[in-house]
Design a protein around this ligand. Structure first.
Ligand SMILES: O=C(O)c1ccccc1NCC(=O)[C@H](O)[C@H](O)COP(=O)(O)O
Length: 213
């Protein structure tokens, strides 16, 4: 089970998250988010191990701007959180890892994902919110039983120390990773390392059990 810690922006805080063994770190390039990183120089990306995927998170950003940031900061992955089309995503596939986020409400039509299947590496299922992300609220994970494509997915939306144990109830073969954000913060964009340490232990435990069963 992979772990992505999202909404980071401070170099020292990012180093501490990297030391925990995060597989992905998310840097939000959406200026309406309280976790917006205006200047990626502040994130100290040169100091983190190459094994960690530096993920730019975008909401309806232009392809040119995304490409510029990939080139300038060596982003390894992009997460598209707006209304980006499958063709838009496909233009980046095989250059960087592409995650396409979808907001899940009380119901969700997984048919709309069929078009994206060959154009992305992962889906990220988040809680539907007008803010596009970072709601701190979880959705009803039972809905995932209706997902039948073979693209692996990250579970996102309101994951916290209180509900992370419950990922064990998700038996889906494409369940690939978890995305941790606002429930692990001391303030927007600053992660609580002690809380994350506990979360990593829970996910590790889940992964060990998964391998055994
Ligand atoms: O976190 C934000 O502020 C945000 C705003 C706009 C688009 C995406 C955003 N976050 C992207 C993520 O991957 C978050 O981790 C995801 O939305 C879940 O956040 P949370 O519910 O706070 O755990």
């Amino acid at each position: 089970m992979k772990i992505k810690v999202c909404g980071l922006r401070d170099a020292e805080n990012i180093k501490a998250v990297a030391a925990l063994g995060s597989d992905y770190i998310g840097l939000i390039r959406y200026d309406l988010s309280p976790r917006y990183v205006n200047n990626l120089d502040d994130a100290g990306l040169n100091d983190i191990p190459e094994t960690i995927l530096k993920t730019g998170v975008f909401v309806n950003e232009s392809a040119e701007k995304i490409q510029q940031l990939i080139d300038e900061y060596g982003l390894n992955a992009i997460q598209l959180h707006g209304n980006e089309s499958a063709d838009f995503a496909a233009a980046f596939k095989n250059k960087v890892v592409v995650l396409k986020a979808f907001g899940v409400g009380e119901s969700f039509d997984f048919k709309q994902l069929e078009n994206y299947a060959g154009s992305v590496d992962f889906f990220l299922f988040d809680t539907k919110t007008a803010a596009h992300g970072g709601s701190g609220q979880s959705f009803n994970w039972d809905i995932l039983n209706d997902y039948h494509l073979d693209v692996p997915f990250f579970l996102s939306g309101g994951l916290s120390i209180d509900n992370l144990h419950e990922i064990a109830s998700i038996k889906h073969p494409q369940f690939y990773g978890v995305d941790l954000n606002s429930r692990f913060e001391t303030s927007p964009g600053m992660k609580d390392i002690e809380k994350l340490k506990k979360a990593f232990a829970i996910v590790k435990q889940y992964t060990t059990n998964e391998i055994r069963s």
